[in-house]
Design a protein around this ligand. Structure first.
Ligand code: PGA
Length: 249
């Protein structure tokens, strides 16, 4: 059995006061949960949230990082910097980074390699646009995005990633893939990993993201190849985030 992971993607939201209230609410409501829980926070708040989650089951994540180790890359943050603040997970290749910052599959692969080198767990995001889905290109697009990352990794490295399937048309729109639609893509992604290693495919966690909410989480998380969620909007409200964690546990 793969242990489920529920990761909050706060995106560019929060403030010192709001973060403190949100993390306090999450910690208060967490039962002895049977899944992993992470919050991926904006870089300036890493130190704050590191302190807030210390000693709790909630672990810290970041939303992006540079593929480079150090140097003249103004505005960038390195894997080792994240690691110094206790970061365990880092979201890579989120569709907003791909769309607004021109991140290519190759860039996502390079970041994944750098994250693994630093001991971080990359949450590698893949997803198709509505146009691509309607053109019947979902498997080619999403599978292709994952294949570029897998090609850059050894089997041992591939065993340390988490994949997140996030259909672009479902992110922040209130439209969710049906559990069956998501399951179909997750099974395809697992097969892609299986082409590299059957053993890794059996173990790799594949999260669903895109308008996952308390009222649809249970059905999505009940699917055989959905191993957790990457949660945007609903991760900003402690009761909603907790309800999704409950659905995963
Ligand atoms: P959403 O975002 O849950 O608000 O749709 C998910 C994500 O972009 O990671």
């Amino acid at each position: 059995m793969r242990r489920k992971l529920v990761a909050g993607n706060w995106k560019m939201n929060g403030s010192l006061a709001a973060n403190a209230a949100l993390v306090a609410g999450i910690k208060e409501g967490l039962a002895a949960q049977a899944c992993d829980v992470a919050v991926c926070v904006p870089a300036p708040y890493l130190a704050q949230v590191q302190a807030l989650v210390a000693g709790s089951p909630v672990v810290l994540g970041a939303q992006d990082m540079s593929a480079h180790a150090s140097g003249a890359y103004t505005g960038e943050v390195s894997a080792s910097m994240l690691q110094e603040f206790g970061v365990q997970y880092v979201i890579l290749g989120h569709s907003e980074r791909r769309a607004y910052h021109g991140e290519s599959d190759a860039a996502v692969a390079a970041k994944t390699v750098a994250a693994l080198k630093a001991g971080l767990v990359p949450l590698v995001c893949v997803g198709e646009t509505l146009e691509q889905r309607e053109a019947g290109q979902t498997n080619a697009v999403v599978g292709g995005q994952l294949d570029v990352v897998l090609a850059a990794l050894s089997v041992e490295e591939a065993a340390r990633i988490v994949v997140a399937y996030e259909p672009v048309w479902a992110i922040g729109t209130g439209k969710t893939a049906t559990p069956e639609m998501a399951q179909e893509v997750h099974a395809m992604l697992r097969a892609r990993v299986g082409a590299k290693s059957a053993e890794v495919a059996a173990k790799v966690r594949i999260l669903y993201g895109g308008s996952m909410k308390p009222d649809n989480a249970q059905q999505l998380l009940a699917m055989g190849d959905i191993d957790g969620g990457l949660i945007g909007g609903a991760a900003l409200k402690a009761p909603d985030f907790l309800a999704i964690i409950d659905a995963a546990a």
